[in-house]
Design a protein around this ligand. Structure first.
Ligand code: FES
Length: 138
């Protein structure tokens, strides 16, 4: 029997107002990107608690992508600045959990940046393929 190629699973937390619309644009524009991401729509990137990220990474995800509006564009004014601070905390937590830094990524994606969303998903998928499955995968 042929061994199946490893396909990383990425959980994507996308804010409703910019990044989700950007991902939607990628889809409606038919921009090709790997089907490895499972999108969770959140109202704002600032609402994604670090525990959600760590939970995803220790319970089956190989990587987590968090996307929000560009600084200055957050619908709730400062949510993405909170997300940026939390990303620093998440980076430290990854170390504690023995996870590589490439398994988490924060990106700003606006509603008009379907191409950027597709590029980021491709880059992250490629990076995770290089890394191999999460050590928490059984
Ligand atoms: Fe998009 Fe806050 S609404 S990051």
């Amino acid at each position: 029997m042929e061994e199946q190629e490893y396909e990383p699973l990425i959980v994507g937390f996308l804010c409703n107002w910019c990044s989700y619309a950007g991902a939607d644009l990628a889809g409606t524009s038919r921009i090709q990107y790997p089907p490895n991401i499972r999108v969770i729509r959140v109202m704002c990137s600032g609402m994604v608690h670090p525990n959600l990220v760590i939970n995803a990474l220790t319970k089956g995800a190989d990587g987590v992508l968090m996307c929000g509006c560009h600084p200055g564009d957050c619908h709730y004014l400062e949510g993405n600045l909170i997300a940026e601070k939390r990303a620093e905390a998440i980076d430290l937590m990854l170390e504690d959990f023995g996870l590589e830094p490439e398994r988490f990524r924060l990106e700003w994606v606006s509603a008009s940046e379907g191409d950027k969303f597709a590029r980021v998903v491709k880059e992250m998928t490629d990076a995770l393929k290089q890394l191999g499955p999460s050590p928490y995968k059984t």
